[in-house]
Design a binder for this molecule. Structure first.
Ligand code: ADP
Length: 449
């Protein structure tokens, strides 16, 4: 089956990103949008556009029936879900395939396995990935929780099996709190994800977040495209990402990357995936796998020269991977800043009309964004409005160029976190690559004093 027309089941910069890859392959695009996004850039640029519902995502971007019927009516032969929304919804992926439409994503059964964190951890262990010490699966009884926690030692973290986006996690420092925190975590998980299942793992004190990009063709061939360091986080949300990680040697990358690629070969994994680890004192600990394209994928593209969306489309079209592991080279350094419409220091969202917009430019500067002057950022969705991705021959050169690009970038009419990024890129620890997942929040607190 050849893919000739793709429905893009997403919005914002990622919808545009998919449109661009498709057009460069000579493939037509169909945008779907809510009434709040009628004036969005991806809607303007796509070959066709279909309004699928009101602003609330549940009735538009998450509406299976509306999206699949749009695909049928518009004659699409493939659906790309982007990230978020339906990208990790196995039911939706199955329905798409049942309609004889190519799903530009992993096999539904792999979405199911990796979407349940307890199942994911079990599978990862069987595939030979190193795990965070913790419970052997779900824990429901507080007595059992107490026993496991005392075996692995406090502090421990109680996590929701169906969790995501950093939600549904509780750190427990001592035995007297385990029972109440387990029940809190369970009821919060039930409310947020409809599933009260929790599990326990060792809480690592000062880790880095390091993830490997993997790609499989679904027939047992798979490669890795190196790691990304996403340790600069606030409330478990990534703020700035870089590749390669300042703490990973070439040998480590090759060793760990191969472990990840082999795991994907053994699974018969199809499409793009990210295997996330915490890293502390030279050790990797698997936390989860994301069965989709990630927000931060462009830093990998910058240092490998591989267009990951193009690769996803090729694989969904039954073609082989376009690069072999031995031909992949990691060159230079790339950093991405997530630009959000929010107060840079209180983080209060700032939707509204953009009165002036000047993206950064110049050599090795990429801005992925649907912004334009006159655009109204709707209040209903994620606050990320742009990604600034900068490449340099080495980390230092990359940072100098990124500072320059941040100086140039202007968004008026709404508040953005550009001032936060400008300040961050002058912090000694950031310049030295010396930070853990705790660093940003601690720095924000100390900045207030
Ligand atoms: P989610 O699916 O909600 O993103 P993850 O399991 O990926 O959940 O964890 C998100 C973040 O939570 C990690 O990047 C890290 O900052 C923190 N975290 C998760 N597990 C642990 C742990 N065992 N010890 C310390 N921090 C953790």
């Amino acid at each position: 089956m050849a893919i000739n027309r793709i429905l893009i089941a997403n919005r914002g910069e990622i919808a545009l990103r998919i449109h661009r890859a498709a057009h460069e392959m000579g493939i037509e695009t169909v945008a779907v949008h809510s009434t709040a996004d009628a004036d969005a850039m991806h809607v303007r640029l796509a070959d066709h556009a279909v309004c699928i519902g009101p602003p609330a995502a549940a009735e538009s971007y998450l509406n299976h029936a509306a999206i699949i019927s749009a695909a049928e009516v518009a004659g699409c032969d493939a659906i790309h879900p982007g990230y978020g929304f339906l990208s990790e919804n196995a039911r939706f992926a199955e329905k798409v395939e049942a309609h004889d439409i190519a799903w530009i994503g992993p096999k539904p059964e792999h979405i199911v396995t990796m979407g349940d964190k307890v199942q994911a951890k079990k599978t990862a262990g069987e595939l030979g990935l190193p795990l965070v010490p913790g419970s052997d699966g779900a824990v429901s009884d507080p007595e059992e929780g107490r026993k496991i926690a005392s075996e692995i030692g406090y502090p421990v973290i109680i996590k929701a099996a169906s969790g995501g986006g950093g939600r549904g996690m509780k750190v427990c420092e001592s035995e007297d709190k385990i029972e109440s925190l387990m029940s809190q975590a369970g009821s919060e998980a039930k409310a947020a994800f409809g599933d009260a299942t929790v599990y326990i793992e060792k809480y690592l004190g000062n880790p880095r977040h390091i993830e490997f990009q993997v790609f499989g063709d679904g027939n047992g061939n798979a490669i890795h495209l190196g790691e990304r360091d996403c340790s600069l986080q606030r409330r478990h949300q990534k703020v700035l990402e870089e590749a390669p990680s300042p703490v990973i040697s070439d040998e480590e990358r090759e060793r760990m990357g191969e472990v990840c690629a082999q795991a994907m070969r053994d699974m018969g994994y199809r499409g793009a995936g990210t295997i996330e680890f915490l890293w502390e004192d030279g050790e990797f600990y698997f936390i989860e796998m994301n069965t989709r394209l990630q927000v931060e994928h462009p830093v990998t593209e910058a240092i490998t020269g591989v267009d990951l969306v193009r690769e996803q489309i090729r694989i969904a079209d039954g073609k082989p991977l376009s690069v072999a592991q031995k031909d992949l080279e990691f060159r230079g350094h790339a950093i991405e800043c997530r630009i959000n419409a929010e107060d840079p220091f209180t983080f209060a969202p700032s939707p509204g009309k953009v009165t002036y917009y000047h993206p950064a430019g110049g050599m090795h500067v990429r801005v992925d964004s649907g912004l334009y002057a006159g655009y109204s950022i709707p209040p209903y969705y994620d606050s990320m409005i742009a990604k600034l991705i900068v490449y340099g021959r080495d980390r230092e050169g990359c940072i100098m160029r990124l500072r320059r690009a941040l100086e140039e970038m202007v968004v008026e009419g709404v508040k953005t976190n550009i001032p936060l990024h400008r300040e961050l890129l002058h912090q000694k620890d950031v310049l030295h690559g010396d930070y853990s997942i705790k660093w940003l929040e601690e720095w924000l607190e100390s900045r207030e004093d």
